[in-house]
Design a protein around this ligand. Structure first.
Ligand SMILES: *[C@@H]1O[C@H](CO)[C@@H](O)[C@H](O)[C@H]1NC(C)=O
Ligand SMILES: *[C@@H]1O[C@H](CO)[C@@H](O)[C@H](O)[C@H]1NC(C)=O
Ligand SMILES: *[C@@H]1O[C@H](CO)[C@@H](O)[C@H](O)[C@H]1NC(C)=O
Ligand SMILES: *[C@@H]1O[C@H](CO)[C@@H](O)[C@H](O)[C@H]1NC(C)=O
Ligand SMILES: *[C@@H]1O[C@H](CO)[C@@H](O)[C@H](O)[C@H]1NC(C)=O
Ligand SMILES: *[C@@H]1O[C@H](CO)[C@@H](O)[C@H](O)[C@H]1NC(C)=O
Ligand SMILES: *[C@@H]1O[C@H](CO)[C@@H](O)[C@H](O)[C@H]1NC(C)=O
Length: 404
């Protein structure tokens, strides 16, 4: 196959150029493998459809060698829609967040990259990037015939996992489900369900990147984000699909959309990746009034007047609450976490923070090494940045993964 070989040589050439590029310059996105869409048309007859009724889809890059029987299922992020108008908008908007009609090929970077230098543990696994098109972290099961909106996230999740089982995942020796942001939340909410859909002989683990959204008072002293989540969950008919062990105890039940209330009941080993200063959480949950955190943080650091010092204390308070809400990892626990302080979101999809720039190492491990070694081991791993102040992202880093 001449075509394949030429592609490989071109790939290596581009890759060499990147290796030679000064560290911190960021990685040229053109070097990543671009993977086409796979639709799941069979899902439609079971009602597993995107908001507009189109078939769900994913991108798959097959595993090779000793990765051939290992599977990584990564769920895309993209926020949530809480009103009819908002969900309808998703079906028209070109991002594909509400319709597979608008989905495009995906560049496989970071956790789904196919080269050992970029992705040392998962590069040769079967890597699946699941498209997000339901608007409620793969939990909904409802329909709005008047507006022709399908809230079918839960059905999509099952349909895609079943499709993958038929494509070889039923022979998996290892499987890891992860995701970023709304996808990272989904990986937590659907963690035990994923375990139950896989054969008993498969070792199953879960991970969540920037999906550990905190139930916390905002700068107004209120829980405005919880009200938003409540609207999402009600609109999509999600309550019955949230973990029962949580919904049977929590009031209102929609609080079971928050990881901190669900994780104590999760039985499958879970690894949490996040910044304690996650930029989405600071801007949308904690301080909707701050519209440029990096900028205000730069100002705060240099200013010693009390008002700004108070802001710093407030941010540090958020970090403390965030750390306090994380699952306890002690002897006999199989959990893991990698918590840094970069003001950013979705670090496992960004090559720079996943496994590239040494400034992102914590306790001498890249995020990729931490998650990879934990996935392959039978023990717990806890890595937290001791630096209790926010770190601004390197100026010239590629910031093209602003998915939420
Ligand atoms: C993938 O990378 C190419 C550049 O190589 C870029 O033009 C394209 O927009 C990227 N696609 C996505 C979905 O990010
Ligand atoms: C991906 O899709 C494009 C456009 O349909 C096609 O030209 C290309 O051959 C496909 N690539 C692979 C690897 O199938
Ligand atoms: C529709 O979605 C786009 C993209 O998120 C956004 O810019 C726009 O404001 C939305 N429109 C409405 C009416 O919500
Ligand atoms: C699983 O492995 C068996 C034995 O190698 C093979 O016959 C079967 O087709 C595989 N299943 C899938 C879904 O690939
Ligand atoms: C926020 O501030 C930083 C630092 O001043 C600047 O580089 C960046 O472009 C700003 N972002 C926005 C969205 O204004
Ligand atoms: C903050 O102080 C540092 C060193 O004193 C200086 O280099 C930097 O420009 C200052 N930043 C702002 C936003 O004033
Ligand atoms: C775990 O066990 C070791 C050895 O028994 C002990 O030294 C350590 O304090 C324990 N750690 C925790 C978190 O309980």
């Amino acid at each position: 196959m001449v075509g394949a070989r030429m592609y490989e040589r071109l790939y290596m050439l581009v890759f060499m150029l990147i290796l030679l590029a000064p560290v911190g310059l960021g990685v040229d996105v053109t070097c990543f493998k671009t993977v086409n869409l796979t639709y799941v048309p069979g899902a439609v007859k079971n009602g597993a459809v995107c908001l507009d009724g189109s078939p769900p889809a994913y991108h798959i890059d097959r595993g090779v060698g000793d990765g051939a029987r290992h599977w990584l299922v990564f769920l895309e992020g993209g926020g949530w829609c809480d009103t009819t108008e908002d969900c309808l908008n998703r079906t028209k908007y070109l991002s594909g967040l509400g319709s597979s009609k608008y989905m495009k090929a995906q560049n496989f970077t970071g956790v789904v990259a196919d080269h050992p230098e970029l992705n040392p543990y998962f590069y040769n696994w079967n890597r699946v990037f699941v498209k997000y098109c339901d608007g409620a972290s793969f939990t909904g099961n409802s329909i709005d015939p008047v507006n022709k909106l399908h809230y079918k996230g839960e059905k999509i999740f099952s349909a895609i996992v079943k499709d993958l089982l038929g494509k070889g995942m039923s022979n998996a020796t290892k499987a890891l489900i992860s995701g970023c942001s709304a996808g990272g939340l989904s990986a937590i909410l659907n963690c035990d369900k994923f375990r139950s859909l896989l054969p008993a002989h498969t070792t199953v683990k879960c991970a969540s990147d920037a999906g550990y959204f905190l139930h916390v008072r905002d700068v107004f002293g209120e829980y405005n984000f919880a009200k938003f989540y409540d609207r999402v969950v009600k609109l999509h008919g999600s309550i019955k699909n949230l973990p029962k062990a949580c919904t049977s105890k929590m009031k209102p039940e929609s609080l079971c959309f928050y990881p901190q209330y669900v994780v104590p009941h999760v039985k499958t080993p879970l690894f949490v990746i996040s910044s304690a200063y996650d930029s989405y959480q600071i801007q949308y949950i904690l301080a909707p009034s701050i519209n440029n955190l990096s900028q205000s943080w730069e100002r705060c650091k240099n200013d010693t007047t009390t008002g700004l010092q108070d802001q710093i204390k407030f941010l540090e308070g958020f970090r403390s609450e965030f750390l306090g809400s994380l699952p306890y990892i002690g002897n006999g626990s199989f959990g893991g976490m990698f918590i840094n302080s970069w003001v950013t979101h979705c670090q496992s999809q960004l090559q720079l923070s996943w496994n590239w720039d040494p400034v992102f190492r914590l306790k001498d491990k890249t995020m990729a090494e931490a998650l990879g070694s934990w996935t392959n081991s039978r023990s717990s791993l806890q890595i937290i940045d001791d630096n209790d102040l926010p770190r601004n992202m390197p100026k010239n880093s590629i910031m093209n993964n602003q998915e939420i």
